[in-house]
Ligand binder design. Structure first.
Ligand code: PHE
Length: 445
């Protein structure tokens, strides 16, 4: 049986952008930007995304496409001796853990999405949105079923394969996501008093920018582009030889930036227009947003659209996190895909249960001083992801042959020698150095 592949370049770009654009990008990024100096943070973030982020994205693309293998074999093929394939294993473990709690939030979104049909999410009986959120997340049954439902949706798509599953779903979901954001953004920006929200999010605040801001922006840049866990190695391994990697990478980066800005412009103006404060942390989309929509004409419709869009964003990232584990297990034997996808997907669901219960039965149980959900998040985001990113960058820069690197990077593209030289400089020195700095900061800072 033949190894699966993408049906078109646009399909690949949309799937990769779908992986990149997730909770981290549409929700966390605008929120952090608001706190960390507004427009200036965004500016720094975009610069880092286009330099350090893009070079690492290209490194993952080059490795994946040149080997046409998933997370483990790609490393083995380049360096048969030694334990380099551990980089792939780190990526698989990190993705497993990341999806275990990502799918919990996916479950919350699923519940809110279903509940949005009844309209009592935007206008709860006693008017208290926070109480409603606590009530929902502390009910293990409702939240458990929603969590399972989210995981099953992810499995159903991934088991259909690259072209018929992930690509097909992304080709519908990503444009829909864009259109919904556009509608919400226009609605939000045309409210009375919207400008204050635009200022909060985009006005440069020089006093809020410190050394920390750079580190925040860099960590966010890697997370936003799904780097460090071999997701992009996996996706590009299904790509044909003649697609230009640099232009695909630019497309993914530009789409991510565009959506992040649209997200900020859809969320903050609406919050300020109704005199609310965007300071609820992770709860914002479940407490402040429904409250805002509750005051709008046709608020239920807008809220429904908002949850649909969150669902699409979260799902397309979840596909990539499951696929990176399935690919090395089936190694091109597509007849094994269905079974493997179900097994791995259900194991991830099981692993997510304690994260889900962190808000009810396990809310008093601490691991390293954190509830289970936060402990897993910490391990993945602050340790496994940066470690993986560092190792991938060094691996591609020093273990692959220069000639192969250049050939793979430039094939099918209009970019020339100069671009290659800059990229090589980036992945050899600048990118690893930046990651080491962030790493130390995240752990000891
Ligand atoms: N990029 C995703 C987001 O912004 C998260 C992610 C990280 C997905 C790593 C896959 C791999 O939410």
């Amino acid at each position: 049986m033949q190894r699966d592949s993408w049906g078109s370049r646009i399909g690949f770009v949309l799937a990769a952008a779908g992986s990149a654009i997730g909770l981290g990008t549409v929700w966390r990024l605008p929120y952090v930007a608001g706190e960390q100096g507004g427009g200036l943070f965004f500016f720094i973030f975009i610069i880092l995304l286009m330099t350090v982020g893009t070079s690492l994205l290209l490194a993952e693309f080059v490795l994946g496409r040149s080997t046409k293998e998933g997370a483990i074999e790609a490393y083995r093929k380049i360096a048969p001796k030694g334990q380099w394939h551990l980089i792939g294993i780190i990526g698989m473990v990190a993705s497993f853990l990341l999806l275990s709690f990502y799918s919990v939030v996916g479950g919350w979104i699923t519940t809110y999405f279903v509940r949005s049909f009844s309209g009592n999410v935007t206008n709860p009986p006693d008017g208290d949105h926070f109480a409603l959120f606590t009530q929902i997340t502390s009910n293990p049954w409702e939240i458990g079923i929603a969590h399972l439902a989210f995981m099953v949706m992810t499995i159903l798509v991934v088991q259909m394969g690259i072209k018929k599953g992930i690509e097909k779903a992304s080709v519908y979901m990503m444009p829909a996501l864009f259109v919904i954001f556009l509608i919400l953004m226009i609605r939000s920006l045309t409210l009375d008093g919207a400008s204050e929200g635009v200022l909060y999010f985009l006005q440069p605040d020089f006093s809020a920018v410190t050394g920390e801001t750079f580190l925040f922006a860099l960590g966010q840049a890697f997370f936003s582009l799904s780097l460090g866990v071999s997701v992009m190695v996996t996706y590009s391994s299904y790509l044909d030889r003649n697609t230009s990697l640099p232009s695909s990478a630019w497309s993914v980066v530009l789409l991510s930036v565009l959506i992040a800005i649209m997200a900020g412009l859809a969320i903050f103006p609406a919050i300020y227009a109704f005199d609310m404060q965007p300071d609820q942390g992770p709860m914002l989309i479940f407490t402040v947003i429904p409250a805002v929509f509750g005051q709008l004409a046709f608020g239920e419709v807008f809220f429904f659209l908002f949850m649909l869009l969150m669902l699409f964003a979260t799902l397309t990232s979840a596909f990539s996190l499951l696929e990176i584990i399935v690919t090395p297990l089936i190694r091109g034997r597509e007849h094994l895909r269905k079974r493997m996808t179900w097994i791995v997907g259900l194991l991830i669901f099981a692993m997510g249960i304690p994260s889900n219960l962190s808000y009810s039965l396990l809310s008093e149980t601490y691991f390293f001083g954190m509830i289970f959900f936060d402990a897993v998040d910490y391990l993945v985001s602050n340790i496994l992801l940066p470690l993986g990113a560092l190792l991938i960058s060094l691996f591609v820069a020093y273990k692959m042959k220069k000639r192969d690197l250049k050939d793979e990077l430039l094939r099918g593209s209009n970019f020339r020698q100069g671009f290659y030289s800059i990229w090589l400089l980036m992945i050899r020195f600048i990118t690893p150095l930046c990651i080491i700095v962030v790493f130390f900061y995240l752990i000891f800072g």
